[in-house]
Design a protein around this ligand. Structure first.
Ligand code: PMP
Length: 380
């Protein structure tokens, strides 16, 4: 009887373990979706092993926004902007409608994809120094593309102003309806990061996030995520870092409370006059999406183009992480910050888009960096 009991118990235990294992596996497989827009968000978090191994016990993780269907964090923003416009009755499913945006690339690509999925049309104004692959993608997605000369925000032909005017022009004619997405000022931007990206980061890290690092283009990502972590989850000591490229005013704004040199006024200093090949981040004006999160940002770390270029190669060669320029900037900021953090600290960086968006500019330089580049050489 004793032997039989042991056998039955062992069999039951084995069956239960198998059942639990299969159930967990099943939960890991994403359920089928009803459309491309349902694939947005819930992006993975991955440890950057090569960095973590060299930072004295500090671990660095990347929130892989680049796996969103149109390839960047901007998918979340574009979807929320369109859905908000629908809720406001500005766009109606099944009726013709246009979404206008002025963008240096990623947001336009996300808007174009979502417009295709939901039955709208996209009109994208972008500066003509944007990388060729972003332009090719926009055209392939069927967006109407309006290329403009890079200009300061006070210039009516600047890409954001040009987009707004084009939208107003369409609405004036009154035949078809147009909505200006306005990612810099539209609060649907930071709100989607507050509602989705922030909670995902918190859950994936089991609430242990000692530092969060992002760049700032519109400010939506850093504002939404840091507001969620600090206000909702009470992570007041989570060190929020804005990684900033050359030519951007945020670094001075956060660290020294001045955005502009005394000789410069808002909008007159043009980032494109500084020869930077980093795209998507850095600005010389205060946007609504930045203002929402400014008080949650503890520090800004400046990263040079050359450091970002070397870091991109390092991550590709050592981790198989093929990233764009803003991700590389965040990773450089992470190794600069790690020197000051105690062992066991966990840093989360945003990996906004992939290197394939940056082949003709950023990666043209990065590919010739030696395979054996070290972290010390990156900082030199
Ligand atoms: N990285 C890339 C590649 C981007 O295109 C952007 C947005 N322009 C950012 C980072 C910054 O995101 P946010 O606009 O939320 O500040």
């Amino acid at each position: 009887i004793w032997r039989n009991t042991v056998t039955v118990v062992s069999l039951l235990t084995a069956a239960f373990t198998t059942y639990k294992f299969l159930q967990e596996r099943q939960n890991e497989v994403p359920r089928k979706k009803d459309g491309i827009e349902e694939l947005i968000g819930n992006t993975p978090m991955v440890k950057i092993r090569s960095l973590s191994e060299h930072l004295g016990g500090v671990e660095v993780y990347a929130k892989l926004e680049l796996v969103n269907p149109a390839g960047s964090a901007k998918d979340r923003v574009a979807l929320n902007i369109v859905q908000t416009a629908e809720k406001q009755g500005l766009l109606k499913r099944g009726e013709p409608g246009w979404v206008f945006e002025g963008t240096s690339g990623s947001t336009g690509i996300s808007i174009a994809m979502i417009c295709n999925a939901l039955g709208y049309k996209a009109h994208i104004s972008l500066p003509d120094d944007t990388s060729n692959e972003k332009l090719a993608l926009l055209e392939s997605l069927g967006a109407v593309v309006n290329m403009v000369k890079p200009a300061s925000i006070v210039d009516p032909n600047q890409y954001v102003n040009a987009s707004k005017s084009a939208c107003e022009e369409l609405n004036r004619k009154g035949v078809e309806r147009g909505v200006f997405a306005d990612q810099f000022e539209n609060e649907a931007n930071w709100k989607v990061h507050f509602q989705t990206t922030g909670p995902e980061v918190y859950k994936q890290m089991n609430g242990k996030i000692d530092a969060f690092i992002a760049g700032c283009g519109t400010g939506g990502t850093i504002s939404g995520v840091s507001k969620y972590l600090k206000d909702v989850k009470g992570l007041k000591n989570c060190h929020v870092v804005l990684a900033d490229p050359q030519g951007s005013g945020f670094y001075n704004r956060i660290n020294f409370d001045v955005m502009y040199d005394s000789a410069e006024k808002e909008g007159t200093r043009r980032r494109h006059q500084v020869d930077t090949i980093v795209e998507g981040i850095g600005l010389n004006r205060l946007t609504q999406n930045f203002k929402i999160g400014e008080s949650y940002i503890d520090e800004s770390i400046r990263v040079s183009d050359s450091q970002a270029i070397k870091m991109a190669k390092y991550l590709s060669v050592n981790d198989g992480l093929f990233v764009g320029s803003s991700t590389a900037i965040n990773a450089v900021a992470a190794i600069k910050l790690a020197e000051r953090l105690p062992s066991g600290s966990k840093i989360v960086i945003v990996a906004c888009d992939s290197g394939s968006r940056h082949l003709s500019k950023f990666w043209k330089e990065a590919k010739s960096v030696g395979n054996n580049i070290t972290l010390q050489e990156i900082l030199n």
